[in-house]
Write a protein that binds this ligand. Structure first.
Ligand code: ADP
Ligand code: ZN
Length: 722
């Protein structure tokens, strides 16, 4: 090749052509450094026919490529995935490619980096900042910048501590190999049903073919044990496995469980990694040496050299949908990656999404079922508490029946879990005197009181302030009242009811790192916690054998908002949190507090008849032409100027093409009409399944222009309708 088409890591640019200088060889997928104006930029060589160039440039005007990195080229399957993702989600290919090259630092040749850690010696002169740094850094290690961030001090403070001998440099190798997990380290005795599922999966891995499969098993049925056997097979074939988990908080217990089964931990990939860990993992993954990678959705686009198996655990989770940047659904993209790589894709869930069930019904995905819990564990009994008949005391949130059950659970020295999907103390604060409500200045949202932090906080933009003593409107003092409960308020109620019980609040505020999650799991396992009060974070994959009581504080909460998946999501969430109860030898009991015990969701949970609930939901989706029977795409138009946003949205609405089988709703103010200081207008495109709606939208928006201040983003297959 003397000429090469290169996709640079700049989403504003299309592919550009370069000359390959004498003595340099490149192939499609090669990672190169190219000149761009006065700067240099990383890019990937692409097939010319797959990616039309922005500008045709004659051979004599081409600029030379500067360098090819000595790392394996991006493989053809990943290149196809980048194209597919960009095309399907209407994103610039370079924005997708950036996710594949997310650790560009790994490209630099140096085999080692210098990190810093505490020496244990105190500096001669202590200052407030120095003390804060030493305390916060603790056992951790990292670049100066990373330590400064952890400690919330300037780089200068850290450098000062290095000079004083309180912090020292250590050399870290990026080439230390990851120890290979051993497929035969500690295999389980599988039940007959488990073995049947596992055999199917092992065969699928052996056949080296694309095979999407739903592993549908009730909570605690051993889905993880079963797909571990598929991983063991991939290990025996020296092929790589990717396990996607929905939450960073889940990785730590998963890593330990994996280690118990395979002798060594897998490679973890998530946003909490230090730069050196990232670089080391990225390299090992791209060379095919990291055999099992466990990560959040960003792990999906890594350049696995030799991928033999993909697993999406808790595949129904909405958090697999990315809402910023490239708005993709990791579950769906994982299936596409499996298709391009030619490997099985296992979607594991106790409450599979209707979309996934439909693929099974159409025969596109295989299905393996595990209808029973492993061993002697039984599914928990679920009882609805009708809050209209059995109400909590005034100003309280827990009904007497639930409180009694908690009392008995404490007496048996077992653990309870209260679930409420609301962070903070109260979702709304108002002035008793004048009725003033605290709203975020940047968003159409109430400020949420966080009493532990003594702040009012916006959950959308992070804006926060201390709760004022006087109302800003009428200046009345001490007149502010909290309305409605958040987990902190429930925790206060628990403290009043059971002062001797040991409580833990589990939300993204308290479990914000894998280490924090591990600490929580450790305490639960050691029996150092009696009652957990948590948000959706605790509904996920945890296994605590001594947890026997679950209370759902407000089962009606998820049904508000009217989004098309509200009922399904409510069902999944409550079924998942219920699934935390009675996973060991002791039976579990679940109480669901509701004002509407006859709602289909609640009836399905109580009767255990999920199938008829799903059938009814599926039918109503079919009638409405909603996913998976029809398609939606959201178009959000935002600007700091309300007029610009409105004008552009109007212009887009007016120029909507007339296409058979497609209907455009709006524009109208989005439910979150203001977000982070930007006014938002929304159009919703509804189309029949078979229509190539992306193509229509591309042509439609491509022909329009709008002011620079306006941002137009398209959300294909949206999950959020705000
Ligand atoms: P799921 O992923 O379906 O919720 P898990 O794989 O977490 O279920 O299994 C639930 C519990 O039962 C775990 O503690 C797991 O180790 C245990 N378990 C499941 N199957 C077996 C087995 N065949 N042998 C031993 N323990 C098992
Ligand atoms: Zn805000």
């Amino acid at each position: 090749m003397t000429r090469a088409r290169v996709l640079l890591l700049n989403p504003a640019l299309g592919p550009l052509d370069y000359r390959v200088p004498h003595g340099m060889t490149v192939e499609p997928g090669s990672i190169v450094l190219a000149p761009l104006g006065p700067r240099q930029m990383i890019g990937v060589v692409w097939e010319e026919d797959a990616m039309p160039s922005d500008a045709e440039v004659g051979d004599n005007r081409l600029r030379n490529l500067l360098q090819v990195y000595e790392i394996p080229p991006i493989g053809a399957p990943l290149r196809r995935l980048v194209e597919w993702t960009a095309n399907y989600y209407l994103a610039p290919p370079a924005a997708v490619l950036r996710m594949a090259l997310s650790s560009a630092a790994a490209l630099e040749g140096a085999p080692t980096v210098v990190e810093y850690r505490l020496t244990g010696r105190a500096p001669d002169k202590m200052t407030v900042q120095r003390a804060q740094a030493l305390e916060r850094i603790g056992e951790r290690q990292g670049l100066i910048r990373e330590l400064a961030t952890i400690a919330d001090v300037s780089d200068g403070v850290i450098r000062g501590l290095v000079k004083l001998g309180a912090i020292e440099a250590v050399e870290v190798s990026l080439e230390t190999p990851f120890l290979a997990p051993d497929p035969d380290f500690a295999p389980p005795d599988l039940s007959e049903e488990q073995a049947a599922a596992s055999d199917w999966l092992v065969d699928a891995v052996k056949s080296r073919d694309f095979a999407p499969v739903l592993l549908d098993g009730v909570t605690g049925s051993g889905k993880t044990e079963v797909y571990f056997e598929a991983i063991a097979q991939a290990l025996r074939m020296d092929r790589q496995t990717l396990v996607l988990l929905p939450e960073i908080a889940l990785t730590e217990p998963f890593l330990r469980r994996f280690e118990a089964r395979f002798g060594h931990a897998p490679v973890a990939w998530h946003s909490d990694l230090r730069q050196s860990q990232r670089r080391r993992a990225w390299r090992a993954i791209s060379k095919g040496e990291a055999l099992v990678t466990v990560g959040a959705r960003s792990a999906l686009f890594l350049p696995y050299r030799n991928l033999g198996l993909i697993i999406v655990d808790e595949a129904h989770e909405a958090s697999f949908k990315q809402e910023e940047g490239v708005q993709y659904h990791a579950r769906d993209v994982a299936v596409m990656r499996g298709r391009f790589e030619g490997c099985p894709v296992i979607l594991a869930s106790a409450t599979p999404a209707i979309e996934t069930r439909q693929q099974v019904a159409l025969g596109r995905y295989a299905e393996l079922k595990l209808p029973e819990r492993h061993g002697t564990a039984e599914m928990p009994e679920i009882t609805a508490i009708d809050l209209t008949q059995d109400p909590p005391e005034r100003g309280r949130w827990l009904a007497p029946t639930l409180v009694r059950a908690m009392q008995e659970t404490l007496e048996r020295e077992e653990q309870s879990l209260l679930f409420l999907n609301r962070r903070g103390f109260a979702p709304l604060t108002l002035c008793r005197h004048c009725g003033h409500r605290f709203q975020c200045p940047n968003c159409t949202a109430w400020m949420v009181e966080h009493r532990l932090l003594q702040r009012l906080q916006c959950h959308h933009c992070g804006h926060n302030m201390p709760p004022p003593r006087a109302c800003p409107e009428c200046h009345e003092e001490d007149a502010l009242v909290a309305c409605g409960p958040g987990v902190e308020r429930i925790a206060d109620e628990v403290a009043l009811l059971f002062p001797e019980a040991r409580r833990a609040i589990v939300t993204s505020d308290t479990l914000w790192s894998p280490a924090k999650a591990a600490e929580f799991v450790g305490k639960m396992e050691a029996g150092e916690i009696d009652i957990v009060i948590g948000t959706q974070l605790v509904t996920k994959g945890y296994h605590f054998p001594n947890l026997t009581l679950v209370g759902v504080v407000d089962a009606d909460l998820g049904l508000q908002g009217g989004d098309l998946r509200a009922a399904e999501r409510s069902f999944q969430q409550i079924a998942q949190v219920a699934g935390r109860a009675g996973r060991g030898e002791k039976p579990g009991h679940v109480y669901v507090q509701t004002h509407e015990p006859s709602a289909p969701v609640i009836r399905a949970l109580v009767s255990g008849d999920a199938e008829s609930f799903y059938a009814a939901e599926t039918e109503s989706r079919r009638e409405a032409g909603a996913p998976p029977f029809g398609r939606f795409a959201g178009i959000i138009v935002s600007s700091e100027s309300m007029k610009d946003a409105q004008d552009t949205a109007q212009q887009i609405g007016k120029s909507a093409p007339l296409v058979e089988g497609m209907h455009v709703y709006g524009p109208a103010p989005a439910p979150l009409a203001m977000l982070r200081g930007r006014h938002r207008q929304r159009l919703l495109v509804h189309a029949r399944r078979a229509l190539d709606v992306q193509d229509v939208i591309r042509d439609w928006l491509g022909a329009l222009e709008w002011p620079r201040s306006v941002r137009v983003s398209v959300d294909v297959d949206p999950y959020s309708f705000v």
